[in-house]
Design a protein. Structure first.
Length: 202
């Protein structure tokens, strides 16, 4: 499979690229600054990333933001750019990494009524950006999948993670980036995940 990964220099993107290459996929890793074998492109410019999504069997966005206290639109704007580029080059399969924190469906009462209201106030800017990004993805008309992890860790790959479709994994509070990357590759190979939000947790 030919896979284009945006946000490939981040913690999640790095793992996705690593596992995809280990599995024998042809990977184009898009980064902002040159760092060896990866490809430099401006993700906010559809013309810049267009040649790198052309001919791709799947496009994965692992773009994130470090903004917590200030309004941000990094994920929304970059996703709009990616979708525009994909339409220009007739690429159809899109997977984006979001977050399960802003969703309460499937949560236990402790998380729903105590933990998440607090986190929602602290993380209102990045979570708001993710929510808008998800709306853009759903309206894209592409063959999309949204993957929603909880808190990410640098733990090992176990493949013992749990998943849920269009709801959260009950009691799921963290997942390793390696397991998240493993799920991403599984979703790309599974047509049953198209136009679905998949939550994951260890």
């Amino acid at each position: 499979m030919r896979i284009t990964v945006l946000g490939a220099s981040g913690g999640t993107g790095t793992k996705i690229v690593e596992l995809a290459r280990e599995a024998g996929h042809e990977v184009t890793a898009i980064v902002r600054t040159r760092n060896g074998r990866d490809t430099v492109a401006a993700v906010m410019d559809p013309d810049s990333i267009g040649p790198h999504v052309a001919g791709a069997d799947a496009v994965v966005s692992a773009i994130g933001t470090r903004a917590v206290r200030e309004p941000t639109s990094v994920q929304t704007d970059s996703t709009k750019s990616v979708i525009t580029a994909m339409r220009m080059h007739d690429a159809r399969r899109l997977l984006v990494v979001s977050n399960s924190g802003m969703v309460t469906d499937g949560d236990d009462p402790f998380s729903r009524y105590l933990v998440k209201p607090i986190l929602r106030r602290v993380l209102k800017h990045p979570w708001g950006d993710m929510a808008r990004m998800e709306d853009v993805v759903r309206a894209s008309g592409l063959e999309w999948t949204i993957v929603r992890p909880p808190q990410l860790t640098d733990g090992p790959r176990t493949d013992a993670f749990r998943t849920a479709v269009d709801t959260n994994v009950r009691g799921g509070v963290r997942v390793s980036r390696a397991d998240l990357a493993s799920l991403v590759l599984r979703c790309l190979a599974d047509p049953g995940t198209v136009r679905r939000a998949i939550s994951v947790a260890n």
